[in-house]
Design a binder for this molecule. Sequence first.
Ligand SMILES: [Zn+2]
Length: 304
Amino acid sequence: MDNRIILILIVAIALLSGCKQQQPDNGRLQIVTTTGMIEDAVKNIVGDKADVEALMGPGVDPHLYKATQGDLQKLTGSNIIFYNGLHLEGKMGEILEKLGHQKPVLAVSAHIDPSKLRKVPEFNNNYDPHIWFDVALWSEAVKEISRFMQSYDTVNTLFYAQNEIRYQLKLDSLHTFVTHKIKEIPKSQRVLITAHDAFGYFGDAYNIEVKGLQGISTISEYGLRDVSNLVDFIINNQIKSVFVETSVSSKAINAVVEGCQQRGYNIAIGGNLYSDAMGAKGSPEGTYEGMVRANVNTIVSALK
Ligand SMILES: [Zn+2]
């Protein structure tokens, strides 16, 4: 047989078996999440009792993300959907609301005490959705996932509860790690400058000043005045480094670096931070814990 025909056949078979796998008949719950951080939290609770998949992979910006045709199939075929809420998934609200009439569609932020949330006037007076940056706040999202799973799948209530206890202990020590590590930066250098305002909870929880060029959502644009204000601030405070975010274009931060250079001040790019998406699957940064540790290590080594 002609080599090309064999190749076409192999591809066709792979595609067909791929389609079959999309709806596995293994009797396990099918859970779909929006972000990778939520996927990781759900996996820590459900263990091997469910298949969990995130729609948004590494480097994907949730503020701008629109569901693809493939996503719609996954969402429709799932039993449960977890999303962040607080308008993080700015372009998926309508789809999630529609699906909510057919199956459980849960915002992991839904039961967090509003007094613990940051209200942001520039974000239409909504709350800041980046709750995963304060590990203690993220623990509450994990609690919400566990609470739902315990009541939804009562055969495994105890299993989910035990997993939650184990994972919450890990999160507690992660919170302690971040708290101590940030203190290694001299107080005058404790300023975190990124492209968009993702790190507000991080700043509040771990005592570091936070500045972003764009607002809470990457939908908002920044202007020349924002760049020049930030350049003034950097020079006046002799800040050593600014940071790029893996899910946001580096254009904004490059504009700040260039602005500093034009004024004769050399500012370094301190590294890449995982702001709204985790790292590659299978790498340490591909888990929530690894993402937080990597961010903190990058921030501390660039600023201290
Ligand atoms: Zn964001």
